[in-house]
Design a binder for this molecule. Structure first.
Ligand SMILES: C=C(O[C@@H]1C=C(C(=O)O)C=C[C@H]1O)C(=O)O
Length: 425
């Protein structure tokens, strides 16, 4: 472990054998309604996925080997467990939630093993507990009271809109000068409320408005992301790559905007860079890998994206065949969907022009189990809760040749609107 690594006592070596119990449960209703206010963990889409709470173990880690250290820590934690798992499916048994820094070498990544996990897939629900607890005792009655509307005050984050537009213009100049092809520039927006922000209320509203997104929460970073960085299920790998965005409109205008997006050479080029970056990074690990020739449209309540679902099979043999999910995640991140092309140049331009610390925004977020199955999205359309009643929202967009700073600013506003609707609804 590096000096920056912090582990909870429950994770320290030499502790007595831990028990993990998974039972099938008939507990009905929404997963998100079962969460307590404190320590909410979530990865939910269309009512299925995982929610968790309590902390059986925790790792905070930073440094050039952060993901390797996290993988070793998880292997250590799960070794010698006394597991009683009725289901034996992806997400049953011990589960780890993770929120990885955009730059894991510099930022802090957080890994949490919940004390309780409630999962559902294909209509089958299960409950997992860590320690000497009867799973039947840990489910609280479902709670879906949203409370009164909040009064909100917004303030500029690191850069005001005009300064951010100037940064975009500088990035376009660098691209025109041939220094790089694409860079994703983001901005933050601060909000404070007149009452505590209840993560459950925010998660419920996000899930209701964005059924095609993964509603996530890990250590105070909450959002609904449309982008799946990597899913691993046995040897099967899949991802949903997004890049190229258009606003929504009313009636015929919406159809016109959709047709313009699918026909836009600029957005197509931006999208191709993102797909290529994932494919190039995954190829060495894969026996098969397929990316569609043409992107699809993904229509969300606030924006529309060009989307490509990529699928592959991990090699059966060799070191790369044995690579774990965190190693794969480390190899593909940051794709050009959140970094740029070429990656090192884009990351340097981000550090120079964005003027803010991304923290865990645009980093991988998700879960994995002891078999190494799991799902990681990119932490987009999200906010980091600050104290009881404040939050920092994030939104970014891909800048390529021909990007217009005012249009990119409008795109960040459409993307902020995802979380704002949850706050304001
Ligand atoms: C960076 C964000 O989104 C990314 C950038 C996109 C784009 O530039 O078109 C589209 C989807 C995401 O890959 C964000 O939402 O903050």
């Amino acid at each position: 472990m590096t000096a920056a690594a912090l582990t909870s006592p429950a994770a320290a070596g030499g502790s007595p054998a831990r028990t993990v119990t998974t039972i099938r449960t008939e507990a009905g209703g929404e997963l998100l309604d079962r969460l307590p206010a404190e320590g909410a963990l979530s990865w939910v889409r269309r009512g299925e996925g995982l929610v968790g709470w309590g902390e059986a173990a925790r790792l905070e880690v930073s440094g050039p080997r952060a993901l390797e250290e996290a993988a070793a820590w998880w292997a250590d934690w799960t070794e010698g467990l006394d597991t009683d798992d009725e289901l034996g499916i992806a997400g049953s048994g011990p589960v780890l939630f993770a929120s990885i820094a955009f730059d894991p070498a510099a930022g802090t990544s957080v890994f949490v093993v919940p004390q309780v996990v409630l999962g559902r897939r294909d209509g089958v629900a299960w409950l997992t507990t860590v320690g000497d607890v009867d799973p039947r005792d840990v489910l609280l009655p479902a709670q879906d009271d949203d409370g009164p509307a909040l009064r909100l005050r917004y303030a500029d984050g690191a850069l005001d809109p005009a300064t951010w537009c100037a940064a975009v213009a500088t990035a376009v100049q660098r691209i025109d000068a041939g220094e790089l092809q694409k860079v994703v520039l983001a901005r933050d927006l601060l909000v404070s409320a007149d009452a505590p922000l209840d993560p459950r209320r925010l998660l419920r509203k996000l899930a209701a408005r964005f059924p095609d997104c993964w509603t996530f929460a890990v250590d105070g970073l909450l959002g609904a992301t449309p982008e799946l960085l990597l899913r691993r299920s046995g040897r099967r790998l899949s991802a949903r790559v997004l890049a190229g965005t258009a606003p929504r409109g009313a009636g015929a205008e919406d159809d016109r905007l959709a047709a313009a997006l699918i026909g836009s050479a600029k957005d197509r080029a931006e999208h191709t860079l993102a797909v290529d970056s994932l494919v190039r990074a995954l190829e060495p690990f894969c026996a098969t890998l397929d990316a569609p020739a043409e992107p699809d449209l993904l229509t969300l309540a606030n924006v529309r994206h060009l989307a490509s679902d990529v699928t592959g099979t991990q090699r059966r043999t060799g070191a790369r065949g044995r690579a774990g999910l965190l190693e794969l995640v480390g190899a593909v991140h940051p794709t050009a969907a959140v970094g740029g092309t070429p990656t090192p140049d884009a990351v340097a331009v981000i550090a120079e022009l964005e003027g803010m610390d991304r923290g865990r925004y645009a980093g991988p977020v998700g879960w994995m189990d002891a078999r190494g199955d799991g799902e990681f999205g990119l932490a987009l359309r999200c906010a980091e809760l600050v104290g009881d009643d404040s939050a920092r929202l994030f939104a970014g967009c891909g800048i390529v040749a021909g990007s217009d700073p005012a249009a990119e600013l409008a795109e960040t506003q459409s993307k902020f609107a995802a979380f704002q609707a949850a706050l304001e609804g």
